[in-house]
Design a protein around this ligand. Structure first.
Ligand code: HEM
Length: 449
């Protein structure tokens, strides 16, 4: 017996999960209480949702032998690949995490701060005062540019376009529904598979070129590779990292691809690691930035206070955006050993997940939960396991510190340069775009000089 939940067939719940995700979550919590169970075709078994801090803590603290991460994200496999950190578990997962964490922290994170600020200023140069713009696509370009430089050490324009083409295919709701209901390999999947194929070809060529530059060979490869051409960089020779013009103001950091190559990953593993970083490392940050701008345009008082340059208030604003508009709503784990939740014992095979969206709106933890009020984060730290935009435990977002730095730098640059006005008074709804929840009209604002 599982906790109660909607009785509609999985296909109907999948359509609602795609077309009205936050409505489905709110309605289910109100009708069935917590925990409740959803059945969608995005997972191979029912998923039990929880949001109270005590249960969330138990989920994030559970060892992998009890709740396994990586086994609930099969929906991501066609793009991320089977050896993606999002899909591995146990020792394989930890090995990848140990490789990925250092480049996104400490000195290496700081080495990227000037690059992010410079790219943000270059983006703002293109904004025309008085002309409404959709911030989401602009922020996607910007954050993809940032992560390409961090991971590959180069802007890679062709790869950038190919990644956006593939991801943009999952933003049309009818297409996302068709992909979710049809088996992989069937007709609705073909255009997406072709788009992923283009990403793969460019990425593999980039990896080989970088290997040649860094003098590393693929495991099992006895032959030195020829001098590198980097097709993703537009056919130019793969540039040495130190030639990065945008980082001229600061010290250019070693691209993460070099760490991954040095760790002896195979080409297939490198492909999956890199594509995961590129996608996870920009779509989420772009959505959060678009939400920040959508909210700031409707809260000029907050924007004005940010303009005063108070870093604590900037941090509080970023935290409030991530609370009120979490771009990812769940962080599922698969039950391996019977797992007690309330009066139920969840059997092996089902999924259990903290629901970030519902956790961030619990009225006993967040007074006036739907109000955008950064001050709440200056009034004291939130209760443990109540603020979860980056998930938790051994699978907590590897890029959380990096994403926070990006959000700080971009928002700082925007408020210095522009006042923002909404194009309409009413706020935008949370609409599904692939796995993220983004502003329904693309975060439209009017920048004013
Ligand atoms: C505002 C921006 C971001 C948000 C809201 C976000 C959120 C998340 C969440 C909720 C998870 C799942 C955590 C869990 O299962 O407990 C995750 C995982 C991950 N994120 Fe992020 N993320 C953001 C930006 C980034 C960036 C910039 C990068 C890379 C530079 C990144 C890389 C990753 C990776 C590699 C994982 C998998 C971690 C693992 O399985 O060990 N994310 N992220």
């Amino acid at each position: 017996m599982l906790p109660p939940g909607p009785a509609t067939p999985a296909a109907a719940q999948t359509i609602e999960w795609i077309a009205r995700p936050t409505h489905l979550l709110r309605r289910s919590a109100a009708r069935y209480g917590e925990p409740f169970t959803l059945r969608t075709l995005w997972a191979d078994a029912p998923m039990v949702l929880v949001s109270d801090p005590a249960t969330v803590k138990r989920v994030y603290a559970a060892p992998e032998a009890s709740l396994r991460g990586g086994a609930s994200s099969t929906v991501l496999e066609p793009f991320a690949g089977p050896s993606s950190i999002l899909l591995t578990s146990g020792e394989a997962h930890l090995r990848q995490r140990r490789l990925m964490l250092p480049p996104f922290h400490g000195e290496r994170l700081e080495a990227h701060r000037a690059t992010v600020a410079a790219l943000a200023r270059a983006e703002l140069d293109r904004w025309e005062p008085g002309r409404p713009l959709r911030t989401l696509p602009r922020m996607q370009e910007l954050t993809l540019d940032v992560i390409l430089r961090v991971v590959l050490g180069a802007p890679a324009p062709q790869l950038r376009a190919a990644i956006r083409d593939a991801l943009d295919m999952t933003t049309s709701l009818p297409r996302l529904i068709a992909l979710s209901l049809a088996p992989r390999g069937s007709a609705p999947w073909r255009p997406f598979e072709r788009a992923v194929g283009r990403v793969d070809a460019l990425l593999r060529a980039t990896i080989r070129a970088r290997r040649a530059v860094s003098g590393e060979r693929a495991p099992g490869d006895d032959h030195p590779r020829p001098a590198a051409q980097d097709p993703a960089a537009g056919g130019r020779a793969a540039p040495p990292v130190t030639d990065e013009p945008i980082a001229a103001g600061g010290r250019a950091a070693k691209p993460i691809l070099d760490d991954l190559i040095a760790a002896g990953s195979t080409e297939d593993e490198l492909r999956d690691q890199v594509v995961t970083l590129l996608a996870a490392g920009h779509e989420t940050t772009a959505g959060s930035l678009a939400w920040a701008l959508e909210r700031l345009a409707r809260h000029p008082r907050v924007a004005a206070r940010l303009r005063d340059g108070d870093d604590a208030y900037l941090d509080a604003t970023v935290k409030e955006v991530l609370r009120l508009r979490p771009v990812l709503s769940i962080t599922p784990r698969k039950v391996v050993e019977p797992f007690p939740v309330g009066e139920w014992t969840l059997p092996p095979g089902v999924h259990v997940t903290p629901c970030l969206y519902l956790a961030h709106r619990r009225p006993e933890l967040w007074p006036e939960p739907t109000a955008f009020r950064p001050e709440r984060f200056l009034e004291g730290a939130p209760a443990p396991y109540s603020w979860l935009p980056f998930g938790g435990g051994v699978r907590r977002c590897a890029g959380a510190a990096f994403a926070t730095m990006e959000l700080h730098e971009v928002l700082r640059a925007v408020v210095r340069r522009f006042e923002l006005a909404p194009d309409r008074p009413e706020g935008e709804r949370m609409r599904r775009r692939g796995v993220t929840l983004a502003p329904s009209r693309g975060g439209r604002v009017v920048p004013l000089a």
